[in-house]
Ligand binder design. Structure first.
Ligand SMILES: O=C(O)CCC(=O)C(=O)O
Ligand SMILES: [Fe+2]
Length: 410
């Protein structure tokens, strides 16, 4: 995660306040590992999808690539999986064509029962074991991890704060038979995600931000299936002819990077196992903030009629935001505060020679947090909904702390 001083200076000069349109429409394919800075530039800041091919060797040393698979490394080793994790409870989604994304039937199964279902796999139901917090469970049991967090995705404020606070994190394992799938969706809060395929094949279909509007029907409802919209045709989806689907197949041993706010649909081909993280960091934090504030604007419009009857109307909007998205402006601010404090702490306590390039990354993180908090203080919903004295540190005081720190360090 090393950034050089010249790269950091470039970041300081960049215009971060306008979010650029995604012009590029293709997926970057890396045959060799890019440098961290190249990935930051092309994918994190460029907000473009990428595929790390097998020749990058990112997953070669992961123990799950041998332990979870049969000898020829093509199929799951069901016996071994049951031996390792059989007694654990796992979340299971019932894939069906009619439910909306996120509204499919969900249940919990004991993993050994799930594997029994999977092995037979002759039922009509298609059960997908997804969003399984296996990594967290393994850590709690103090067992060694079965994968390594690739350096490209390690600047991760979301999981960093979840882990510090021992909250449910966003590191998942997905397992399922042929035809299990994830419907068209954007990741939570417009976060990035990455997905590493252990076995089987995934067909990914991406839409660049904004292009999902072509899948909105005349009643203003968006479909959750690209194929279904195509089958219904232009009479129902008036902008369908502008739809631009970017398709890619991900093989075992390959990693996909999903940028912020790109809708995507995923189909599994064959027995498929993958590891996936959702995350955000300094490079998309302004997008996350803009995304959150856009959702609040929509909530405000929806409940505008209660404005005169509710004296804590702004607070009410934030409560809705928290329950719908798992985050509101208050918890978002606290996250920024936590990361900012941690970076200042790291810079002040670690020896310079230990930090090397990481010093620049910490400085960038603090610098961009200052930008976001500054924007937050211009948002009337933030100013009205919260009593800043209930925060660990009032935003203006926090800004002063950051500014003083940056002045002395840069
Ligand atoms: O693999 C899947 O089924 C879905 C993965 C996904 O949506 C993601 O990684 O963002
Ligand atoms: Fe996703």
């Amino acid at each position: 995660m090393n950034l050089s001083q010249p790269f950091l200076e470039q970041l300081f000069y960049k215009d971060w306040t306008t979010i650029p349109e995604n012009i590029a429409v293709d997926i970057i394919q890396y045959d060799e590992c890019p440098t961290y800075e190249q990935f930051v530039e092309e994918c994190l800041i460029g907000n473009r999808p990428a595929l790390f091919k097998k020749t990058c060797h990112l997953m070669d040393k992961w123990s799950c690539m041998t332990e979870w698979l049969n000898e020829s490394k093509t199929e799951p080793n069901f016996d071994k999986l049951v031996e390792n994790y059989g007694q654990l409870d796992v979340p299971v989604t019932h894939c069906s064509s009619d439910a909306e994304y996120g509204e499919e039937r969900k249940s919990t199964m004991v993993f050994s029962d799930y594997v029994e279902y999977w092995r037979k796999n002759n039922q009509n139901t298609v059960l997908y074991c997804k969003d399984w917090h296996l990594i967290n469970e393994i850590e709690k049991m103090n067992k060694p991890l079965f994968y390594e967090w690739p350096v490209y995705f390690r600047s991760d404020w979301l999981n960093e704060t979840c882990l510090v606070d021992s909250k449910d994190d966003f590191r998942f394992v997905y397992m399922g038979p042929n035809t299990t799938s994830t419907k068209l969706h954007m990741d939570v809060l417009g976060s990035y995600s990455w997905s590493a395929n252990i076995c089987g094949k995934k067909r990914w279909r991406f839409l660049r931000p904004g292009n999902e509007m072509c899948l909105v029907d005349r009643r203003k409802i968006m479909t959750n299936s690209i194929d279904e919209a195509k089958a219904r045709g232009i009479d129902i989806y008036p902008e369908l002819d502008r739809l631009n689907v970017i398709e890619i197949y991900q093989e075992a041993g390959e990693i996909i990077f999903v940028p912020s706010e790109w809708y995507h649909e995923v189909d599994n081909i064959g027995n498929t196992i993958s590891i996936n993280h959702n995350w955000y960091n300094g490079f998309n934090i302004l997008r996350i903030w803009t995304h959150l504030s856009r959702i609040v604007d929509q909530i405000e419009i929806k409940i505008a009629d209660c404005r005169s009857t509710l004296d804590n109307w702004y607070e009410h909007c934030q409560l809705i935001l928290l329950s719908n998205e798992g985050m509101n402006f208050g918890t978002f601010y606290e996250l920024l505060y936590k990361i900012g404090k941690r970076r200042i702490e790291t810079l002040s306590t670690q020896k310079r020679e230990e930090l090397i390039g990481n010093r620049e990354h910490c400085l960038f993180d603090i610098w961009i947090i200052e930008k976001v908090v500054q924007l937050m203080l211009k948002n009337s919903a933030f100013l009205h909904a919260f009593d800043f004295d209930t925060f660990k540190c009032r935003p203006k005081r926090f800004l002063n702390e950051i500014r003083t720190y940056l002045q002395q360090e840069t």
